[in-house]
Design a protein around this ligand. Structure first.
Ligand code: MG
Length: 178
């Protein structure tokens, strides 16, 4: 049962991800989590250059980016609209609803997609249940929203199991291996 929480890769940050890295693995679109993956969970809007530069770099390389988040439409719109980024709100991860919605818009094959997120229990599970590869990233800030805190407790147990069975790296990497 723990197999469903196993990420394909682990990265220290989504901002380490480059078009070259993705193209090497045949990936043409990124489905990304919002809170603690792209911006801190308690930060309302994106006003940082790192994010804007990273999105511009992906756009230039023809790599689509869709934000797929469990958060509400209001927060997603506030974040995505100024950036001109597509999004799916209330994605209901670990279930596949939001990911499937994003897939329909992209019209790519499953092996051309990757999901990036900071939680094994929601993000990585949603990727695995929709048959796409995934990247677990280190949460941007150490704190979490109250509902995420509960997930983090369960995640500790899952993480421990995965590490013990060599299904998880014990270090964060700077680029995709393989
Ligand atoms: Mg998150």
């Amino acid at each position: 049962m723990f197999e469903r929480f196993k990420p394909t890769w682990m990265l220290n940050s989504i901002y380490s991800l480059t078009p070259a890295d993705l193209k090497r693995h045949g990936i043409k679109a990124i489905l990304t989590d919002l809170d603690n993956t792209l911006i801190a969970w308690n930060q309302p809007q994106a006003n940082n250059d790192q994010l804007r530069n990273w999105l511009a770099m992906m756009k230039k390389a023809n790599i689509s980016v869709i934000v797929v988040s469990n958060n509400n439409h209001h927060r997603l719109k506030k974040f995505a609209q100024p950036l001109g980024t597509d999004f799916v709100a209330r994605a209901m991860k670990p279930f596949g609803f939001g990911v499937k919605k994003a897939k329909k818009r992209l019209n790519l094959t499953d092996d051309q997609l990757v999901l990036v997120g900071d939680q094994l229990l929601t993000d990585i599970a949603a990727a695995n249940c929709t048959n796409i590869r995934s990247i677990l990233v280190k949460p941007l800030v150490a704190s979490d929203a109250w509902n995420t805190k509960i997930n983090r407790l369960l995640e500790k147990v899952v993480r421990h199991y995965l590490l013990k069975h060599k299904m998880l790296d014990d270090e964060w990497r700077n680029k995709l291996n393989g």
